[in-house]
Structures are given as C-alpha cells and as structure tokens.
Ligand binder design. Structure first.
Ligand code: GDP
Length: 453
C-alpha cells in the first residue's frame, strides 16, 4: 500500500568520495524520473541491475557509467517503486544526479524518510526501524548482531504473544460487562490476577534486559585505580595491547586520567587510567598531581566498573582494602598485579584476580571476568533486548499501568476501572512497535536518522 504520493530522492552513501556512490529514488514516479537521465541498453526490469550511461542534463553528454537497479513496489525497501543509481562516488556527480531528479519533480528526502516509508507501509515495525538505525551506528560486531536480531523482528516476536494475552483478557472482561444480564459467568478474581501476572512476568524480563541492552549499545566505562606504581598504566596498556600510557618506575607519573576505547567481547569499553590514589606532596609542586588525584576520584565515582590494582610485592595493602570497602555494592574487581615477582599467591581476605601486566599472565581471564560483571544481566540465546530509552520507557509505562490494574482488582473495583488500566497497558505496548503511534513519536525517531536512509 502506498501512503505517499511524492517521489523522494537522496544520496544514500556516506558523504565524501568513494569508489561507488548511490542515489536512491522512492515513490510512484521513481522509474519515470530516472529513465530520461540514463542511456540504457536494456530497459529497467524489476529486481534486476542494468548497466547505464548517466547523461548530463545540461549538455546531453555522457557524465558517468552506472549500475541501475529497479525494485518494483511492494518488493522494495520502502514498499514503493525504488530506483538505485550506483555511479562513481564523487559528491559533485552524485549532486548533479540528485539535482536532475529534483528538476524532474522528485523531492529531497527528509532524514530517515526511506525507512519511515517502509514503516508506514507496514513493512517494518517501529522496533525494526530503530534497529536499522542501530545497525548503521554499530561500532562493534556484537552491536551489529544485536541490531540485526531486532531488525529480524526479535522484539516484536516476543511482544506479540504478550499483547495477544492482554487483548484476550480485555475481551473477556468486556464481554463480562456487556453480557452481565445474560448470566454470562464473570471471570473469577484469581483467574484475572493470574492472567495479569502472566502478562507482567515477560514484560518485567524485557524491562530488565535494558540494563544489558544499554551496555551493548553504549558500552561501559572502566576505571583503573590503585596506588602509584601498582602497575595501572601497564595493565591499561595490556588491555589495549599497545603502549598508550607512559609507564615509568617513578610513582605519580600518570597525572590525568587517560581515556581509550576498546572492544571487549564486542562491547565498547571506555578505559580510564587514573592518577594514583595517594596524598600529593604539599605546596605548589604537588598541585598538578592533586588535580589529577581529584579527577581520578571523580572518574572512579562515575565509572560503571572499577578495577582496583594492587602490587603483589607491596607489604602494605591497608590502603587498598580501605578503597575496596568503599566500592561495596559497585561492579568492581580487585586485581593483584606483578604475579611474576612473587613465588606464591598472596593470602587475600577478599576475592581477587592475580595477573602480571608485564608477562600478560591472567589478563585474558581478567577480561573474561570483566564481561562476567554484566553477564547476569545478559539474556541468553535469541531472546530480545531492549536497547534504547524509548523502548524502555514504553515498557515501564506498560508495567505501571498493569500494576494499577492489579491494584484495582485487589481493591475489588468495578471491572470498568480495571479495563481502563489494561487499555493503558495496551496503548503503551502499541507505542513500542508502532501500531497506534502518535506523529510526534514518529518524528522524534526518524529525526535521528540521516538523509538517504
Ligand atoms: P602505575 O603508577 O600504577 O600506573 O604503574 P606503572 O604501570 O607505571 O608501573 C610501575 C612500575 O611497575 C613500572 O616500572 C612497571 O614496569 C612495573 N610493572 C608494572 N606491572 C608489572 C608486572 O606485572 N610485573 C613486573 N615485574 N613489573 C611491573
């Protein structure tokens, strides 16, 4: 079904020069607009790529050679007629092709409009449209895989039976009200309660998956803290596998937190190497270090995970234990470094990992342990993930309305009241996949897209 009457055009490949650049047209006049710009040996045919010469509309001379693919609606990305002209990737050339299309009556596409049309035509639901965006934005393969699962409809598949049971409950209650005089048995209270709980449990699991989903999408920050010379910079470099932080035998060299990004099991990690946790020397000479220490305290307070490094050869771990006790309740790992310098593992009263930043011993296990910090939040197998705040907000609203329904039931309110809350739940779930979405939500989502998508 086509909702839009105008034909849109945009450069769909990234800005700048490249081997190939693609101009995409979508809408009822896509083929009619594109054809006069091309000299084709064989006419455009649905689902087939054709070699073509692109003509300069001003001079009529050949401007480039291109491969042109025509997708006949509804079998296209947008469900409309689509023409893709893959020319050489020169911004000037692609700009000229777009201009020629505009001159022939196409309109420049708004950001995300191609995907929006796919949504409006019902080819993608909202969570899938968001997944297109996530897929393009992904910076690790793991993120891409999660987005691809969502694009494949994983979230919608999980939601649809939940919605189905909710609708069934609503229908049963409505029937009970409408046909009360006809002696139709009202659903007993415990059964209604059980059905509400049956909707709530999987929704709660989805809401909980956001903790991990957010980490997949945005990654986490990891602060490395500890006394000077414990080997923080060396461990930082080991984790990054290159020499970024300056390692010296002089205590107090790492003054400012140094940040780097790495991918740990496909999850982006912002690694922060901090100044040593200790008193800076008094007077002006200690100023730079004092500032560094203050900043490292802030980095530690804000980090999602803290690695506290201690030197295995250090006879005094009092300070480390004090820091460790302050980290209670946080995602934190205690790391005993310089394992290569000691004969026997130290007897530590708290759980710890033993590594050597110098030899690399224990570092792979440490990375594994770091990922495990979030593993309890990671859903298994092919299950769906809530990856953005909009989705999380919709599920949270659905859950809130559902608890209100459960309360109304406990307080033996009339079923009409209960129904209001259940409809509210349904509306929140609808806003997740887009069945009854208001225009402003749509605009919000598609405005984060760039032109040509
Ligand atoms: P930071 O002040 O905590 O950042 O510590 P550095 O990473 O600068 O290391 C301090 C000193 O300890 C340097 O001389 C490092 O070469 C040394 N060092 C760090 N890790 C190890 C290790 O695992 N084994 C050994 N033998 N020396 C290490």
């Amino acid at each position: 079904m086509t909702f839009e009457q105008d034909t849109i055009v945009a450069i769909s490949t990234p800005p700048g020069r490249g081997g190939i650049g693609i101009v995409r047209l979508s809408g009822p006049r896509a083929k009619e607009i594109a054809e006069p710009l091309l000299r084709l040996r064989h006419a455009l045919a649905a689902g087939q790529a054709r070699f073509a010469e692109v003509l300069d509309p001003d001079t009529g001379l050949v401007l480039d050679e291109a491969v042109v693919t025509y997708f006949q609606g509804p079998r296209s990305y947008t469900s409309e007629d689509v023409v893709e002209i893959a020319a050489h990737g020169s911004p000037v050339l692609l700009g000229a092709i777009v201009q020629a299309c505009l001159d022939r009556g196409a309109r420049l596409a708004e950001p995300g409009e191609f995907t929006q049309r796919a949504f409006l035509a019902g080819r993608l639901d909202l969570t899938q449209a968001e997944a297109v965006h996530d897929l393009i934005e992904s910076s690790t393969l793991h993120q891409a895989r999660v987005a691809a699962r969502q694009l494949g409809g994983s979230l919608s598949r999980v939601l649809s039976p939940i919605k189905e049971s909710l609708i069934q409950l609503i229908a049963a209650l409505e029937a009970g009200i409408d046909f009360a005089e006809d002696d139709l048995d009202l659903m007993p209270q415990p059964e209604i309660a059980a059905r509400i709980a049956g909707v709530e449990a999987p929704l709660r699991a989805l809401a909980d998956s956001y903790r991990y989903g957010r980490i997949v999408r945005e990654g986490f920050t990891l602060a490395i803290v500890g006394k000077p010379n414990a080997g923080k910079s060396s461990l930082f470099n080991r984790l990054l596998q290159r020499d970024r932080a300056i390692v010296t035998a002089q205590p107090g060299t790492t003054r400012d937190p140094i940040q780097e990004r790495l991918s740990l099991g496909g999850i982006p990690v912002e690694l922060i190497d901090t100044a040593g946790l200790r008193e800076a020397p008094a007077g002006p000479e200690g100023e730079a270090e004092r500032q560094g220490i203050a900043r490292s305290g802030a980095a530690m307070a804000e980090a999602d995970v803290v690695l506290l490094v201690v030197d295995a050869t250090d006879p005094d771990h009092g300070e480390a234990f004090e820091t460790w006790s302050k980290l209670e309740g946080r995602a934190a790992l205690l790391v005993v470094n310089k394992a290569d310098l000691i004969a026997a593992p130290p007897a530590f009263p708290v759980p710890h990992r033993i590594v050597s930043a110098k030899t690399g011993a224990g570092v792979e296990e440490l990375k594994e342990a770091l990922l495990q910090t979030f593993a309890h939040a990671a859903p298994t197998g092919d299950s769906a993930l809530i990856t953005n705040l909009r989705q999380h907000g919709a599920i949270a609203a659905a859950l809130a309305a559902l608890s209100a329904a459960a309360r109304a039931l406990r307080e033996t309110m009339p079923h009409e009241m209960l129904l209001l809350d259940l409809y509210q739940t349904l509306e929140s779930l609808d806003s997740l996949t887009g069945a009854t979405t208001a225009d402003d939500i749509l605009r919000l989502i598609f405005s984060t897209f760039c032109i040509g998508k």
